[in-house]
Design a protein around this ligand. Structure first.
Ligand code: FE2
Length: 266
């Protein structure tokens, strides 16, 4: 399913040396055509997005796939999250994200199925599709974790700057310089980047009204379903929000094994 990618070790080397690397024509245009039609249609119906648990603070093994959204001053975004134990809503998208996760695992020196097989760590691979709607979609500048190591993240665009939207989009801040990533992402390209660099999404302006849609292979620590009652889940979620606000250390393990283990110079 994937073409034009080098040895995964080279991908990691590129991110380590240059902060990000983009590969073109990684999957074929028929695949893009199918998933683009599917997700444009899916995100056109905003009434399907009811939960505001965008960050998934209390994700547990066995959770249902779900839709979430935030419409706040700093972030306007709609998100579909799908877990490997559930049936995907679009098989082609799931397969593409599944294959990219394998490449990222190999780039990090992990078993290619890491996150797919259950382990005591409860670290799980899952798929995420984000939509930043036209005229309002945006995300404040942030790092994905508070750690210093490289966090090898991966993404592909489903809609494109200069085709589906004209202004705004994903940027990375590298040495105080803003890099307009969406300007560099051609159809069927994939970016690997350090998610611990400051990044954000400038407000999307789209004459077609489609906005920005992108897919991500994710990995995160989950909680055991065990007997955790819902009211406790709510409290953990609130606690997590307070900790984030005041920059306190998270109660739940942060990040994932996409971290480089070799310490970078601080
Ligand atoms: Fe992020």
């Amino acid at each position: 399913m994937l073409n034009n990618l080098p040895d995964p070790k080279i991908i990691f080397k590129e991110v380590k040396e240059n902060n990000f690397v983009i590969y073109e024509n990684v999957f074929n245009h028929e695949i893009l055509k199918e998933i683009k039609l599917f997700w444009i249609d899916y995100f056109a119906k905003k009434d399907k997005f009811k939960s505001n648990d965008l960050y998934g603070a209390t994700r547990s093994i066995g959770d249902d796939n779900y839709n979430s959204f935030r419409n706040e001053k700093q972030v306007v975004m709609y998100r579909r999250s799908e877990f490997p134990w559930n049936k995907p809503i679009n098989d082609t998208t799931k397969n593409l994200i599944f294959e990219l996760n394998k490449i990222r695992n190999l780039a990090l020196g992990l078993n290619e199925n890491h996150g797919l097989l259950f382990n005591n760590d409860l670290e799980v691979f899952f798929s995420q599709i984000n939509n930043y709607p036209s005229m309002e979609g945006k995300m404040f500048p942030h790092r994905d974790t508070k750690k210093k190591e490289i966090l090898l993240s991966c993404m592909f665009n489903i809609t494109f700057k200069n085709i589906d939207f004209e202004e705004g989009g994903l940027y990375l801040l590298i040495n105080d310089q803003k890099i307009d990533i969406d300007e560099l992402m051609s159809p069927c390209s994939v970016i690997f980047y350090n998610g611990n660099l400051i990044h954000g999404v400038d407000r999307i302006v789209s004459k077609s009204g489609i906005g920005r849609i992108a897919g991500y292979p994710m990995k995160q620590y989950f909680m055991s379903k065990s007997l955790l009652p819902n009211y406790l889940k709510k409290i953990i979620g609130i606690d997590n929000a307070i900790r984030r606000k005041f920059n306190f250390k998270s109660a739940i393990k942060q990040g994932n094994s996409a971290f480089d283990n070799t310490k970078i110079n601080e």
